[in-house]
Design a protein around this ligand. Structure first.
Ligand code: AHR
Length: 796
């Protein structure tokens, strides 16, 4: 597939260009300050120490990993220092020269995870090196072959980037006269291998308002009056509420629960209004359940009603008699009398001042009618993929912005008033209403294995600050003397999920309404973490504890956010040395990369940990989810199926994104309060999820066009479900012309065949797959330009 044959000739050119060079050369590191100081370390060489040539035309050999994406990740005044057996790079992380980043490499290409120190610390601890550092730019003599290896590296990267940059448009422009192709496909039913039957899952992260305001069906925003400036600096307890008296009165003297310290007091005659999450969408005739906690020193009552912005009633008005000064929960059901996208909930105190908290409004119809349940349309769209598993609650959300923000599963279970809300590092608030119980219940409802991801004892490396050092961006870990208790929490999770109802945590699950175990099989530890010593020490402790107590649980480790580089390489080494059964790979890449790397997993060592491709997507400029990206993902997944013996699980980019509230693209399903908008990428996931097998059948193709760029835009995969005997043939045509497939040894009249096609132009969005029954009778099938076809074949 790959055209690496080009590389040796490029290298040869370079060698020829420097023929006659001396045996050694000077090298030095430097930065330019371009791109807001985010281009990192460049390296130059010189034969005489005076005239310097930049290697790879300002190629970035190393970038700062310090601080948050966007505002940080800057490098100032880097200095390369040669130590005995390796190189060090010291640099400043901001112009003020307060924090120093340090990292090491043997070859100046693969760098160890970065550490950060205050300038004062560096001065005190690293005297010899510090001297070299403060001396600033200086150079070292190295063998020419070393400089050559750096040049080769940049050449290879430039070549790979050019391959990745090829788009459907640029390919079509480069091949204007391309003729339709003919493909001969031979399926060898006797050559087969077992593959994972868990290949297609989903990744749910609470970002883009995926939980509160999204899948979680709660319609009231800031129902618990716990919004705070930690969520967003302009927010406080009364945010999203309006009072007819101007100011919403917030109290915290005797709350419903210590975990929910704030509540509102409504004066007699005062009206509190909540707009929901950008409006409350109600449908005529539908029922809605209002519930709230209230108390009043006198016998009071509350009137609750849905209205439009002019106060016109959209539902019946309900009176709740509040007859005690102790917190008590009240509930009633409304029926909406008309459909409206921007309804609001009004709560009025009649007679006396009344305190309220956890003011909640749910549609009566939730997914599977679960209490505290999920939005039906979104949940159903997820279920329709037939995902074999669901990873949750993140992503970055799982390990949080700083130690205090690590997602603690115990804070997310129990009665709603006992759950502990927290800020969401994506810039909003987590009520924890959609908590571990609801995630597990949802997984069970859709037949997916739950795959909770817990922090590896370290927060996100992009955290804004480190509690221990006070230095931003450093991946500080949970103090070692607190690790036992952190690990116990993880072991408790397994007991909560799998223990019988007599166990301490099994009893908690049973009390919540699920006496039967959830049968948890997988736990993810970590998310894209730096493979630092801090991480490794804590991960190993957690891994060993789970393995000892629950050997049947598959622990999934983490190998960084890219398909190569430091975290990928060191993460794989570390996981392999520990014997971790599976690792979680992530990569968001241009379509050209996927097309050019269809053999990525062919090269994987089958003896090493299995792969969970936990986050991936093809993305083009602007990151829309369109036919080009969807077809590329289909093409790549055909190759993943072929490697289903080493890739055990996959899940696409984040599942959900609310329109106007999206922090990350691409995502699989966009939505607003009343509509859902599954993407073309969703269609591909659904086609794979609904047509998967546990046996991969070998096939060969020959194409009547010798151009490898053409050939690699046709992909196929044949799998069989050994339980049902169904055969699934997947065919991708990413060419701008049709491809006629001639099936060599499949007799279509032996089968009943359903055909599902996704077809459109590369820029098209929202294309839907179409299924027809029994229209494939002959052994020839035309794949339209830019299409993905699945044949579902059954012996009658
Ligand atoms: O999917 C969005 C983010 O991308 C996830 O939080 C993180 O794991 C990845 O970098």
């Amino acid at each position: 597939m790959k055209k690496l044959f080009l590389i040796p000739s490029m290298i040869l050119c370079v060698i020829t260009a420097y023929a006659g060079n001396p045996d050694s050369v000077f090298v030095k590191g430097y930065a330019t300050g371009k791109n807001d100081n985010k281009n990192g370390l460049h390296i130059a060489y010189s034969f005489d120490g005076n005239n310097w040539t930049s290697i790879g035309n300002e190629f970035s050999f190393l970038r700062s990993d310090y601080g948050r994406w966007g505002s940080s990740k800057k490098m100032f005044d880097p200095v390369l220092i040669k130590l005995n057996d390796k190189w060090a790079c010291y640099f400043f992380t901001e112009a003020e020269h307060k924090v120093v980043g340090v990292t090491y490499s043997e070859d100046l290409v693969l760098w160890k995870p970065q550490d950060y120190f205050s300038y004062e610390e560096v001065k005190a601890k690293y005297t010899a090196v510090f001297k070299a550092f403060v001396m600033g730019t200086h150079s070292y003599k190295v063998p020419w072959s070393f400089a050559q290896s750096l040049i080769d590296h940049t050449e290879l990267q430039t070549y790979k980037n050019a391959q990745s940059d090829v788009t459907a448009k640029s390919f079509a422009e480069k091949n204007p006269g391309l003729k339709p192709v003919n493909v001969s496909l031979s399926v060898n039913m006797n050559a087969k291998k077992q593959i994972s039957n868990n290949l297609i899952g989903v990744f749910f992260e609470d970002l883009n308002y995926a939980a509160d305001g999204g899948l979680y069906a709660e319609l009231v925003q800031n129902r618990d009056f716990e919004y705070s400036p930690k969520d967003r600096k302009e927010w406080n307890s009364s945010s999203q509420w309006k009072s007819s008296k101007g100011l919403v009165k917030i109290d915290s003297i005797a709350p419903v629960n210590k975990n929910n310290p704030h509540y509102a007091t409504i004066e007699n005659g005062e009206v509190l209004v909540n707009n929901g999450f950008d409006g409350i969408a109600v449908a005529a005739g539908e029922k809605y359940t209002i519930s709230l906690f209230a108390r009043s020193a006198n016998k009071s009552s509350l009137s609750v009603v849905l209205t439009d912005s002019n106060g016109n009633k959209l539902s019946n008005e309900i009176m709740l008699a509040v007859n005690t000064n102790n917190w008590k929960q009240y509930a009633a059901v409304f029926t909406a009398n008309s459909s409206f996208k921007y309804a609001r909930l009004s709560v009025t105190a009649k007679k006396y001042a009344t305190a309220v908290d956890l003011v909640s409004l749910f549609p009566a119809k939730t997914f599977k009618n679960r209490k505290n349940g999920l939005r039906n349309d979104l949940a159903q769209a997820i279920a329709d993929i037939k995902p074999r598993f669901m990873r949750f609650p993140g992503g970055c959300l799982a390990h949080g912005n700083g130690l205090d923000n690590i997602y603690r599963w115990k804070n997310s279970i129990g009665k709603l008033e006992e759950r502990k809300p927290d800020f969401n590092l994506w810039g909003y608030h987590q009520t924890m209403g959609l908590g571990y119980y609801e995630y597990f219940q949802f997984c069970e409802d859709i037949g997916a294995e739950p795959l909770p991801v817990l922090a590896a004892g370290v927060p996100c490396q992009n955290s804004s600050h480190n509690q221990h050092t006070g230095i931003a961006g450093q991946q500080g870990g949970i103090p070692l003397n607190e690790m036992d208790s952190y690990i116990q929490d993880i072991l408790d999770l397994v007991e909560w999920a799998n223990g019988d109802k007599t166990t301490t945590w099994g009893k908690v699950r049973a009390a919540a309404g699920h006496p039967q175990p959830f049968n948890l099989k997988y736990i993810g530890i970590g998310n894209e973490d730096l493979i630092s010593e801090v991480f490794k020490e804590r991960f190993a402790m957690i891994y060993k504890a789970i393995k000892t107590k629950y050997p049947a649980i598959t622990v999934i480790g983490t190998v960084g956010p890219f398909y190569e580089g430091s975290d990928y390489s060191f993460g794989w080494d570390f996981a392999s040395s520990l014997g971790v059964p599976m690792v979680d790979e992530h990569y968001y890449v241009p379509p050209g990369w996927m097309i050019d790397n269809q053999d990525f997993y062919d090269k994987y060592d089958r003896q090493k940990p299995k792969v969970y491709l936990g986050e991936y997507a093809a993305h083009v400029k602007g990151r829309p989810n369109n036919m080009e990206t969807a077809l590329t993902e289909a093409l790549y997944l055909c190759n993943v199926e072929r490697n289903g013996d080493v890739v055990s699980m996959t899940s696409y980019a984040p599942l959900l994104a609310k329109e106007g509230r999206t922090q990350w693209n691409p995502d699989m399903i966009y939505f607003n309060n009343s509509e859902i908008k599954p993407t073309t990428g969703y269609e591909v996931q659904k086609m794979f999820g609904n047509n998967s097998g546990d046996e991969y059948i070998e096939s060969t193709v020959s194409i009547d066009n010798n151009n490898t760029d053409v050939q690699q835009r046709i992909a196929r995969s044949v799998v069989r479900d050994t339980k049902t005997g169904e055969l699934f043939i997947k065919l991708v045509n990413l060419l701008p012309v049709a491809a006629t497939i001639d099936f060599k040894n499949i007799v279509f009249s032996d089968y009943t065949t359903a055909r599902t096609i996704l077809q459109g132009n590369p820029d098209d969005k929202n294309v839907k797959a179409v299924t027809t029954q029994n229209d494939v009778q002959s052994n020839q099938l035309v794949l339209p330009a830019y299409s993905f076809t699945v044949l579902q074949m059954k012996h009658p």
